[in-house]
Ligand binder design. Structure first.
Ligand code: NG1
Ligand code: ZN
Length: 583
C-alpha cells in the first residue's frame, strides 16, 4: 500500500506535459533541461528497480547532456558493473518515461515488477541503492531533486548523492562499490595518479638489475602500495624538454577541467594548463570549445590563440567522457592538426602490442608466454586510414553501430579490447582472466630475472589500473596518452604521423521522420528506403577512396551523413550530393 502511494505521489509531483515524448536513445533521455524533471524522476525509479532486481547491488544515475548546449540536460542509468544499463530494459524505460498519468505509471511499475520478479515494498533498508552524479549544468540541482524523489518512491531504496562529477567518475564509483573496492573520489584520483607515474617513469633502463626491484606482490600492486614503493626508487623528475612537458587542456567549461585542476600538481613530468576551466567568466559550457567542437570544426577552441602554436593541446567534452588532442601548426589560420579517437586508439593499440611482444620475445618456455586475444572495436565513423593502419598491425578490427553500449559489449569479447568512437569516447578493457594470467606471468618473470619482460607485464597491469574499466574517461585517457608519450619519448608530431587521415565530411539533414531510414551492417548500409542505398552507391562510385553512409541520429532529430574521399573537396561534394538524396 505504501509502495503504491509513494509511486503515485512522485508521479503527480512531476506530471508529464501533454505532447511530450521521451526516448531512451544512444545516451539515455535528453531534452531542454527545464522539461527534464518527469523523465529524470522516472529514470530514477527505474534505477532503483534495477538495483532491487539485482539483489541490491548499486546502480548509477547520471544527470548530464554531455557535449550538448548548456540549456539541455539528460539522464542515463549505469548498471552495477559500471557500464550502460542492460539494453533489454530500454523499452521499459521508454514506457515509464511516457506514462501519461500517475495511475498509468503505477500500473506499469507493478506489472513490470511482476514480470521481472522484482521484490517490491520492503525487504529491508538495502533493498536497492542508487549512486547519483551530475555535471555542472544550472538545471542539475533541480533535476537532482527530481531524481531523489524518484528513488524515494521505491520503498527500501537508498539514494547516495556523490555530487558534481565527471560521468566516468560516477560509472567508476558504481563499479568499484560493487566490487567491494574503495570507491571515493580520492580513491579514484590515487589510482589514476599512481598508475600514470608508474608507466611514465618506469623507463626501460630505470633499473640496472633486479636487486633494486622490490619483490612483486600482486595484491599490493593492486592496492597501489607497490607502485608507491617502486616510485621511491625512481628519480622524481626526469627534467627535460619544456615543450614536451607542456600540455594545454580545454575543459569545455565543464567538470573535467575542474577535476584536472585538483590533481595536476601531482602529475610528474607534466606541466598542465587548463583553459575553459568552467570558472566564472571563462565562458559557456561546450560553447565554441570542447572535444565535440574541436573534432567537428577542426579549429582552435575559444580561449586559444596563435601563442599556442606548436604546443600539445587536449580537449574534453562537458562531462569529460570524450577526449581529442590537437596542435596549431601555423599562425596563419585557426585550423588544427587533430588527433581524434581513432588515433588515440591507435596509440593505445601500438603500446599494448609492444608490451605483449616484449613479454613473449624469445620465448622458449611455454609457461612464460602470454597468448592474448587483442582486438579493436570501431564504428563506421572511424577514419578509413585508421582502420587500415590497425589492420596492417595485424590486429582484428570489429565494427559496431554507433553508441558506447555496442562498442563496449563487443570489446568485452577479447582479453584486451580497445574501443573508441572517432569523437573521442573510448577505453581499453582487460578481462579478469587475462589480468590474473598477467599477474602470475609477472611473478614468474620476476623470479627469473627477466627484467624487460617483467617490466612490460607491470606496465600492462598499470595500464589496466589507469584506464577506466567501466566507460570511456577523458581524464584517465589523457593520462594514459601522456604516460605512453613519455614512455616512448614521442612528440605530438610523432604521434600525428602514425598515419594521415583521409579527408572527411559530416553533415546533418533535417527530415520529416528520421526513423524512416533503417540501416544494417553496423550502419554502413541503408536497408530502407531501399532506393536510397542505390543512390549512395551510385554517388560514391564517382570518387576515388570514396566511402559514404547515412543513419538517423540517436540523440538529435537529424539524419547524419558521413563521407570520405581522397581530397577535402571530394569528401564535401560526396556528402552534399548524398544529403540531397536524403532530403
Ligand atoms: P548520435 O546522435 O546517435 O549520432 C552521438 C555521437 C555518438 C555518441 C552519442 C552519445 C557521432 C556521430 N555520434 O550519437 O558517437 O557519442 O552522441 O553522446 O558523433
Ligand atoms: Zn560526454
Amino acid at each position: 500500500q505504501e509502495q503504491r502511494q509513494r509511486l503515485l505521489a512522485a508521479a503527480s509531483r512531476f506530471p508529464l506535459p501533454s505532447g511530450t515524448r521521451f526516448s531512451y536513445g544512444t545516451a539515455g533521455f535528453r531534452a531542454d533541461g527545464a522539461t527534464m524533471a518527469p523523465a529524470v524522476c522516472r529514470a530514477a525509479i527505474l534505477a532503483a528497480l534495477r538495483s532491487a532486481k539485482l539483489g541490491g547491488a548499486a546502480t548509477g544515475l547520471v544527470i548530464t547532456a554531455s557535449h550538448n548546449p548548456v540549456r539541455d540536460n539528460g539522464v542515463k542509468i549505469a548498471d552495477p558493473d559500471g557500464g550502460m544499463m542492460d539494453q533489454r530494459w530500454e523499452p521499459f524505460a521508454d514506457a515509464l518515461a511516457n506514462a501519461p498519468d500517475p495511475d498509468a505509471l503505477l500500473q506499469l511499475v507493478l506489472q513490470f515488477a511482476k514480470d521481472e520478479e522484482i521484490p517490491l515494498g520492503g525487504g529491508g533498508q538495502h533493498m536497492a541503492q542508487v549512486l547519483l552524479g551530475r555535471d555542472t549544468r544550472p538545471t542539475g540541482e533541480y533535476l537532482l531533486d527530481a531524481a531523489l524523489q524518484g528513488i524515494n518512491a521505491i520503498v527500501g531504496a537508498r539514494a547516495i548523492d556523490m555530487g558534481i562529477l565527471t560521468t566516468p567518475q560516477l560509472h567508476w564509483m558504481v563499479r568499484s562499490k560493487n566490487k567491494g573496492i574503495k570507491a571515493s573520489e580520492s580513491d579514484y584520483f590515487t589510482q589514476l595518479i599512481d598508475s600514470f607515474r608508474f608507466i611514465s617513469t618506469l623507463l626501460p633502463a630505470a633499473f640496472g638489475s633486479l636487486e633494486e626491484l622490490p619483490e612483486t606482490d600482486v595484491l599490493e600492486f593492486l592496492t597501489s602500495n607497490f607502485i608507491r614503493r617502486l616510485l621511491e626508487l625512481v628519480p622524481k623528475d626526469k627534467g627535460g624538454d619544456e615543450l614536451a612537458k607542456k600540455l594545454i587542456v580545454d575543459g569545455a567549461n565543464g567538470i573535467g577541467g575542474v577535476k584536472l585542476e585538483q590533481i595536476k600538481t601531482e602529475l610528474s613530468g607534466l606541466d598542465i594548463v587548463v583553459r575553459n576551466s568552467g570558472k566564472e567568466g571563462e565562458g559557456i559550457l561546450n560553447h565554441m570549445c570542447g572535444a565535440d567542437f574541436v573534432q567537428k570544426e577542426r579549429v582552435i577552441p575559444h580561449g586559444f590563440s596563435s601563442e599556442d602554436v606548436g604546443v600539445r593541446c587536449a580537449s574534453l567534452d562537458g562531462d569529460a567522457d570524450r577526449l581529442v588532442y590537437f596542435c596549431m601548426s601555423s599562425t596563419s589560420d585557426n585550423r588544427v592538426d587533430l588527433v581524434d579517437g581513432d588515433k588515440i586508439l591507435s596509440l593505445f593499440a601500438l603500446f599494448i602490442r609492444e608490451q605483449l611482444d616484449i613479454i613473449n620475445k624469445n620465448d622458449d618456455q611455454a609457461n612464460r608466454s602470454l597468448p592474448a586475444k587483442l582486438g579493436v572495436v570501431q564504428t563506421a565513423y572511424a577514419n578509413g586510414a585508421s582502420t587500415k593502419f590497425l589492420k596492417n598491425l595485424g590486429l582484428e578490427v570489429a565494427l559496431t553501430p554507433t553508441g558506447v553500449k555496442y562498442l563496449h559489449k563487443k570489446a568485452l569479447e577479447y582479453d584486451i579490447g580497445i574501443y573508441f568512437e572517432a569523437n573521442g569516447h573510448g577505453t581499453v578493457l582487460f578481462s579478469e582472466d587475462f589480468i590474473s594470467q598477467l599477474e602470475s606471468v609477472s611473478k614468474k618473470l620476476c623470479s627469473e630475472a627477466a627484467v624487460a619482460q617483467h617490466q612490460a607485464a607491470m606496465r600492462l597491469l598499470a595500464a589496466s589500473q589507469l584506464i577506466n574499466q567501466a566507460v570511456g574517461d577523458a581524464l584517465s585517457g589523457l593520462l594514459l596518452v601522456e604516460a605512453i608519450l613519455q614512455y616512448k619519448g614521442w612528440s605530438f608530431q610523432n604521434w600525428c604521423e602514425l598515419y594521415s587521415d583521409l579527408p572527411s565530411r559530416q553533415l546533418k539533414v533535417k527530415v520529416e521522420d528520421r526513423t524512416a531510414i533503417v540501416t544494417t551492417n553496423a550502419e554502413t548500409k541503408v536497408s530502407q528506403p531501399s532506393s536510397l542505398q542505390e543512390l549512395i552507391d551510385m554517388e560514391t562510385a564517382n570518387y576515388t577512396h570514396g566511402r559514404c553512409f547515412v543513419r538517423p541520429s540517436g540523440t538529435e532529430d537529424v539524419v547524419r551523413v558521413y563521407a570520405e574521399a581522397s581530397t577535402q573537396e571530394a569528401a564535401e561534394s560526396l556528402a552534399k550530393s548524398v544529403a540531397d538524396h536524403v532530403e
